[in-house]
Write a protein that binds this ligand. Structure first.
Ligand SMILES: Nc1ncnc2c1ncn2[C@@H]1O[C@H](COP(=O)(O)OP(=O)(O)OP(=O)(O)O)[C@@H](O)[C@H]1O
Ligand SMILES: [Mg+2]
Length: 299
């Protein structure tokens, strides 16, 4: 039976705010909740690909030309159309939950994506495409396969690069909801306003030729340090904005703390979901999963 997959982009213009960490935790927590999950790495740093696949499998995927880089260059530079389905590395996770491996699959990225993006932009410019035209081409390359991926998975999660690349821009506009991890400090909130203004509101957002994002983004407070006064004040200010009329963003109640257990969960091999994330983090992830499901089911 086809599934009714929801597409979630995890994005923020600012680097190092916990986007990739959120993608890994959310993917595994949704899988532990019984969902089939696909992670698509849209970042040339390939961080989520390393976290989920590990060095050896990632090297194999790159050698076999089974990364998003190959998909996009084949399609946009060489007019070779393949389905994104062919690039899915199924059930990549070794981590188990209640005896079964977590059902997390991956479309990996590679460091070559950065160069590929430049090549694609130059080649399309030579063929007479302006910026809007190029974004339109990237849009059709990624959105054309989304319908079939939605049939295969319950959730498709896109890990976006920091900054605003054509891939991030397209990811934000084709997903159902954007999760915006935000460290509650002054610089991150400045960046948040700039990001909302360029993607959802403001002159740049209006000028894009791509479809508008489907709904406003949802801020996820990340890397929260307990008992830091300026963080508490910033969170309160963000919550006030989100509770206002026609806010720039919504906000999850759940917050992700700055925790050694989270940094370690990301970088070490653990056999089970519960051992990997430790009980307090698992409780936080369960709460996040409920809120994410609520975004789609209206409760
Ligand atoms: N909640 C957390 N507690 C402790 N460490 C964290 C937490 N979230 C992220 N980190 C650490 O912070 C660093 C950056 O996190 P991450 O890679 O998830 O950020 P990012 O937003 O994806 O970065 P980039 O913009 O480079 O893609 C990593 O070393 C990660 O282990
Ligand atoms: Mg990242």
């Amino acid at each position: 039976m086809p599934r009714l997959g929801r597409v979630i982009a995890v994005a923020n213009m600012k680097g190092g705010v916990g986007k990739t960490t959120t993608v890994v935790m959310l993917a595994e927590a949704l899988a532990a909740d019984g969902n089939r999950v696909l992670v698509i790495d849209l970042d040339a740093q390939a961080s989520v690909s390393y976290c989920l696949a590990g060095d050896d499998i990632l090297a194999e995927l790159i050698k076999d030309r089974l990364t998003i880089t190959s998909y996009l260059t084949d399609r946009l530079l060489h007019q070779r159309r393949r389905s994104l389905r062919e690039f899915v590395r199924s059930q990549i996770s070794d981590v188990t939950h209640l005896g079964d491996p977590l059902d997390v699959s991956l479309i990996a990225s590679s460091v070559g994506l950065r160069l590929a993006e430049r090549e694609i932009i130059c080649e399309l410019a030579d063929r007479g495409f302006n910026l809007h035209g190029t974004e339109g081409q990237v849009w059709s390359a990624l959105s054309s396969c989304m319908a079939e991926l939605r049939e295969d998975f319950d959730y498709v999660i896109l890990d976006c690069a920091p900054g605003i690349s054509a891939f991030t821009e397209v990811g934000i506009r084709l997903c159902d909801v954007v999760i915006l991890p935000t460290i509650p400090d002054m610089l991150s909130t400045l960046g948040l306003a700039a990001f909302c203004n360029s993607m959802w509101r403001g002159r740049l957002a209006e000028r894009s030729s791509l479809p508008k994002p489907k709904r406003r983004p949802v801020v996820l407070v990340s890397r929260r340090i307990a008992n830091v006064k300026h963080q508490a004040l910033t969170v309160a200010a963000l919550r006030q904005v989100a509770a206002g009329e026609d806010p720039e963003f919504d906000m999850f109640e759940t917050e992700i703390p700055q925790a050694a257990a989270i940094a370690e969960g990301l970088s070490k091999d653990y056999p089970t979901f519960r051992l990997k994330w430790s009980p307090p983090v698992v409780a936080i992830l369960n709460s996040l999963v409920n809120e994410v499901k609520g975004l789609f089911h209206g409760h």
